[in-house]
Design a protein around this ligand. Structure first.
Ligand code: HEC
Ligand code: HEC
Length: 291
């Protein structure tokens, strides 16, 4: 009897292990195929400015869209994630220094990265959230690139991205937004540029950079960062429904909420939102109130 039970449990364990291995193998192949895919997209070119007003406008965009969280405030590159089983991903050095953009990095390559999430060799960039940026107006994107091109060179060679077994499975089942290029409409064409001002319309434009964490409907949900805290609802069904414009602006400037919580910058990047102008925060508030 005992022998029979042992034989059966042994059989079941063997089947389970084989199942897990087959599952992992499928995930591995799936993720590898999407990483190796070559994208042939048409990059719509426009003139990138180089005047000082554009560079200053680009510096504000860099500081308010979270670029520094992954690429460093000095643009020299920074660790995004380095956890054995998940993987190792660094925001690359964006300057002309050692380990940064090569000498033959062109305006087309900047646009390829920011509008399409694709690297110079046609393969998709990992994690780089271009789906939040590709709908920027030509004027804003042009200023941003002008700023990136003008950056002081930093020497910093970061490790090439690699994925561990857990990272592979999490990406395979869609728990990590590994390949932003898959979420981008590569044929997108800009319409009439949105006028800057304290309007809901401009707020909607700015809210693109909140959608990666707060989800496209801004109602929040599970964090896109493995192990991250639950992302809150920022539509009127959440606290936005109760907070005045002044209170909302104070939350995004200080991280302190009217109900006495202190948001951690690692969870909700309020140090980034603190750099938004009054006009931009008002626009965001007015837009969120319409949802
Ligand atoms: C969540 C982290 C994150 C944020 C936020 C982020 N990036 Fe990235 N970015 C990355 C990573 C990681 C890579 C490298 C991906 C790779 O090598 O596969 C990258 C790559 C790039 C590249 C392409 C470099 C190359 O090798 O061709 C550019 C350009 C870039 N980022 C600019 C920006 C700018 C500008 C912003 C803000 C508007 C920004 N990034 C925001 C993570 C981020
Ligand atoms: C990197 C992810 C991330 C980004 C980007 C982000 N948020 Fe958040 N945000 C969070 C998380 C997580 C919380 C919840 C933190 C907590 O509960 O402690 C939060 C909380 C908030 C809160 C407080 C809500 C409440 O009820 O307490 C507001 C307001 C907010 N975010 C607005 C914004 C706006 C506006 C943007 C875009 C300009 C933005 N967030 C971008 C992750 C993010």
């Amino acid at each position: 009897m005992l022998r029979k039970i042992l034989k059966w449990t042994g059989g079941i364990i063997a089947v389970l292990i084989t199942g897990v291995l087959i599952f992992y193998f499928i995930m591995h192949i799936m993720v590898k195929n999407s990483r190796d895919k070559i994208y042939n997209v048409e990059v719509r070119m426009f003139d990138i400015p180089s005047d000082s007003a554009s560079i200053a406008a680009g510096a504000h965009i860099y500081a308010t869209r979270g670029c520094g969280d992954c690429h460093g405030t000095d643009l020299g590159g920074k660790k995004f994630l380095d956890e054995g089983p998940i993987g190792r991903i660094y925001g690359t050095n964006l300057t002309r220094g050692k380990g940064g953009r090569p000498a033959d990095y062109t305006d087309r390559d900047w646009l390829l990265a920011l509008r399409h999430g694709i690297r110079k060799d046609g393969k998709p960039l990992l994690v780089m959230p271009s789906y939040e940026y590709y709908k920027m107006t030509d004027a804003d994107l042009g200023s941003l690139i002008a700023y990136l091109k003008s950056a002081t060179p930093r020497d910093n060679e970061t490790a090439a991205p690699s994925l561990g077994p857990l990272g592979t499975v999490l990406s395979g089942i869609g728990q990590i937004p590994l390949i932003p290029a898959e979420k981008i409409d590569h044929a997108w064409q800009p319409g009439t540029p949105i006028a800057k001002g304290p309007t809901a319309e401009y707020g909607q434009y700015l809210s693109m950079s909140c959608t990666g964490c707060h989800k496209p409907n801004l109602k929040g949900g599970e964090s896109p960062i493995p192990g991250g805290v639950f992302v809150r609802d920022i539509t009127p069904s959440g606290n936005i429904g109760k907070w005045s414009e002044k209170e909302f602006i104070a939350v995004l400037r200080t991280g302190n909420t009217p109900d006495g919580r202190s948001l951690k910058n690692d969870d909700m990047p309020w140090q980034m939102t603190s750099k938004y102008s009054d006009e931009e925060l008002t626009a965001l508030y007015r837009y969120l109130k319409t949802l």
